[in-house]
Design a protein around this ligand. Structure first.
Ligand SMILES: *Cc1c(COP(=O)(O)O)cnc(C)c1O
Length: 431
């Protein structure tokens, strides 16, 4: 109802996720608590895969693990036949631990260490996405040492700024990721790449931003990238076969967000791919897309217990909860929008305007300001919606608060997929 059909209200007036009563979940597992609708995540995986197949046919969906990575999500993604976009040795290790087929993994990162490069080579990761020239040299050195030829994509800055609805074609040279097109840096990187014996240049990659609703920037990226592939062909006489278009599909955080169905995205992108390829007489490339947020973001709630309600007359009301920036740093980082609902009073109207305050020793530790909420008091359960992406994956132990437990709900039944941290966990690496 509020943001996703995962979220409903039952006959008791309680908020549910995946048909599980969130008030009961909070009682059984304690708070703060993160609950995912696993069935809905699976459905999202299927939708991405089927729309890529239906509208384009030749490609692979990679789940961007940085949105939320753990063993269970790797298993689910594996079952659904998706590949993985991995950005660190830790994410790689997580995927390996469940037997993920590493040939379907793509290894990103703007400063991969020697250790990570070695680990990725040893497990035969499908593609490296090369960010810079130093990485090319290092990768070639290690690939030579282990006697392999590693397939790579080059990360390109296509010069598209898609952070707002008004996209412009400038400004993106100033990004820490990848090779710039405008300066000729990208073409030089291709030249260099082709000179390395233990590296096989398979294609190019771009990722233009996140939480994008408008198809315009995505279509423009397709045109820019295919043109560049044409230029590579004209310059070096090679026809690259792979094009990775990154992720960034927007989801519903607040009632005013209205993302289009991803099948519409695939349809639009496929048309642009066909048109541009025909125009420059280029064979249709194998296309990767890398959704993260759009697979897990909206299918999750974080549950907290209200500790106090503090009204400062004529200023604002603070509702203090038993979590905060430790489990959700997105508000303090980006002032991200969220819908907040009192889980045990979900059928009542949200008549108060309040600020949800975390419990960290930091004035900026807020989850939402001036947001609508039911009349609440100490002991009520507050649910923050759409917390599935970049929440737990960005969580910290600031103030030495243990990280919350994470549940996966399937067929209305909950299962713990990440245990709640304990005080022992907090000190376990202390000497
Ligand atoms: C973050 C990222 C993604 C996923 O972005 P979403 O907005 O979560 O879809 C995909 N590819 C790359 C390279 C990224 O950095």
């Amino acid at each position: 109802m509020y943001v996703s059909d995962s979220i409903q209200i039952n006959e008791k007036g309680h908020l549910t996720i995946g048909n599980a009563d969130t008030v009961e979940l909070a009682k059984a597992y304690g708070t703060p608590l993160i609950a995912y609708d696993k069935d809905k995540i699976r459905e999202n995986c299927k939708k991405f895969v089927s729309s890529l197949n239906e509208f384009y046919g030749n490609g692979r969906v990679l789940y961007a693990g940085k949105a939320f990575s753990c063993k269970e999500i790797c298993r689910l993604v594996m079952e659904e036949g998706l590949g993985l976009d991995i950005v660190s040795g830790g994410e790689l290790y997580t995927a390996l631990s469940v037997g993920f087929p590493m040939e379907k993994a793509v290894f990103h990162g703007n400063n991969k260490t020697d250790k990570e490069i070695t680990e990725a080579l040893h497990c035969k990761v499908g593609r490296f996405v090369i960010d810079n020239i130093e990485e090319l040299h290092t990768l070639n050195k290690f690939a030579k040492k282990y006697n392999v030829k590693q397939g790579v994509l080059l990360r390109i800055k296509p010069g598209i700024d898609a952070h707002t609805h008004d996209f412009v074609k400038t400004g993106q040279i100033d990004s820490k990721f990848g090779f710039a097109l405008e300066t000729g840096e990208a073409l030089e990187a291709v030249r260099e790449c082709l000179s390395f014996e233990n590296i096989e240049l398979c294609g190019i990659h771009c990722h233009i931003g996140s939480q994008i609703f408008d198809f315009g920037p995505f279509k423009l990226a397709v045109e820019v990238m295919l043109s560049f592939m044409g230029k590579i062909r004209d310059t070096f006489g090679i026809t690259l076969k792979e094009l990775n278009l990154g992720g960034g599909f927007g989801i519903k955080y607040s009632e005013s967000d209205s993302p289009e169905d991803f099948s519409e995205y695939m349809k639009a992108i496929s048309e642009t791919l066909r048109k541009k390829a025909a125009q420059i007489d280029y064979p249709l490339p194998f296309v990767y897309i890398e959704p993260g947020r759009a697979i897990v973001g909206a299918e999750c709630v974080t549950l907290y217990t209200v500790g106090s309600v503090k009204t400062i007359p004529d200023i604002r009301t603070y509702v203090s909860i038993d979590g905060g920036m430790g489990d959700n740093p997105r508000y303090i980082l980006y002032q991200s929008k969220y819908e907040v609902v009192c889980a045990n009073k979900a059928s009542l109207p949200r008549t108060r305007i309040v600020t949800i305050a975390g419990r960290c020793c930091e004035s900026g530790d807020l989850i939402q300001e001036h947001t609508r909420l039911q009349e609440v008091e100490a002991g009520d359960i507050v649910a923050v919606l759409s917390t599935g992406a970049y929440n737990y994956s960005m969580a910290s132990n600031y103030n030495r608060y243990p990280r919350p437990a994470v549940l996966a709900i399937s067929g209305g039944t909950a299962k713990v997929i990440i245990k709640r941290e304990t005080y022992e966990n907090i000190i376990e690496n202390d000497i």
